[in-house]
Design a protein. Structure first.
Length: 148
């Protein structure tokens, strides 16, 4: 037969049975490091998205009526031989149209076309046609300001 509990509990036995022991709080380092690394990666990714596209070195045409535009979503570079370059990759007109269509809402896509001064006008119109086929309406043309 099991032993029955004593009729009288001592103070030491009652202290051992406390349900809510007092424990000193401590700062958990591992979750804090995880959060800090996550924030670091997040801010690095956001910063990389904010760096403007450097583009391709080319001679832009000159205009006396140039206006500074906000940084567009896409900058399409047309070289003098008709090569279309977007974000460092060569593309055809069909690939350009597909890229604009998969961008979400093409009507809100901002596009700037930078055409080399020596390029044929037809190469410029090829990019305009590709953008209009995709539904892009916000199109800017890059030019250098005329010297005063």
């Amino acid at each position: 037969m099991p032993a029955s509990p004593p009729a009288r509990w001592s103070v030491c036995e009652i202290m051992k049975m406390r349900y809510f022991e007092y424990r000193k709080g401590r700062i958990e380092i591992i979750p804090m490091i995880d959060v800090m690394l996550f924030l670091l990666v997040f801010f690095i990714m956001v910063t990389l998205q904010m760096i403007p596209d450097a583009g391709v070195k080319m001679q832009l045409p000159v205009s006396s009526q140039t206006v500074d535009l906000p940084h567009p979503k896409f900058t399409v570079n047309v070289q003098s031989d008709g090569t279309i370059i977007v974000k460092g990759q060569e593309m055809t007109a069909d690939q350009l149209t597909a890229m604009f269509q998969t961008d979400g809402d093409p009507g809100k896509t901002e596009l700037t076309i930078a055409t080399d001064k020596g390029a044929a006008f037809q190469h410029f119109m090829t990019v305009i046609d590709a953008a209009q086929k995709a539904g892009v309406t916000d199109i800017g043309i890059a030019a250098q300001p005329a010297p005063l």
